[in-house]
Ligand binder design. Sequence first.
Ligand code: GDP
Length: 359
Amino acid sequence: GDPANTFGIEESLKELAQLADTAGLTIVGSTYQKLSTPNARSYIGSGKVSEIKSAIHALDVETVIFDDELSAGQLRNLEKAFGEKVRVCDRTALILDIFNQRAATHEASLQVALAQMEYQLPRLTKMWSHLERQAGGQVKGMGEKQIEVDKRILRTQIGVLKKELESVRKHRKQYRTRRTAVPVPVVSLVGYTNAGKSTLLNQLTGAGVLAEDKLFATLDPTTRRVQMKNGNEFLLTDTVGFIQKLPTTLVAAFRATLEEISESSLMVHVVDISHPLAEQQIDAVDKVLSELDVSSIPKLMVWNKVDKAADPLKTKLEAAKRQDVVCISALTGDGLQDFCDAVQDKLKDSMVWVEALIP
Ligand code: GDP
């Protein structure tokens, strides 16, 4: 890692752990090493490789994730060192996995598939070097030829995907109008990873209700139905979270996964108000949102984790002074009724907008 970076190693590793958790992995431990330059062969030094190898055996580890992008050679050498059963991946591959799980629209799926292929292209060596080893090195030439063939196929596929993306973008407006013909308003949650979006989602909805509900059973796992006391209901959907350290190669895919917001009636920006960088995080989210095609969608801001704030009462008073800000604790349930009331209020305006689009 880069020690001059304001976003330090420990924070970066913490974020990596959160991402792994989002991807459904269980974290058993983390470690780092300070080197003036990364090791060209294995990213970390050989001593560190041995240390991790021992930990893999002791803790029965299945996956080792590196916080920086690994080269094809580093990836291969680490896999060799750790053994066949262990999957080695880097931050970029992990984020791509999450985007892939979360891509809800056709455009987002295409954009993520494109990013995945572009990531694979320079790393297309593993399978064939494995073959070479099996054959005792005799098919070396053949392996190299095969890599070239594979790369050509992948490049062609990338070209096809890019064309399809262009066409989908052109017709985006059409798709959207058709999709909006759902009589239930959709509320999207946006915000940083770890802001408490899924905690809020789970607090507001009984997970058990979903199973018997045929109409909504096909919804993706990040969407839930919320029924309010007055009988009104809305769909609450979680979007892929913002992160501090997003590889630049993934920016387009990230934005595409957020495009689904443009199909919702209301966006709720969830902020971890107890976070020391809360203000910067709000600005970063607003900046990305302003670059998406979502300016016509009403917005509500939620200051979450007020229970953890330095001065909860002061924070609540501050929120009360502002328009379109609700202070809650998704964990303790504090302020959830206020939140539902605020959503209801906002939806009253936006429902007009939704109905106007239904043919
Ligand atoms: P997401 O990444 O935005 O979906 O965030 P999560 O819902 O997974 O929450 C991240 C962490 O923050 C979890 O450990 C939650 O238990 C915790 N958390 C969420 N809401 C609150 C809250 O209101 N107060 C406190 N103290 N912790 C919270």
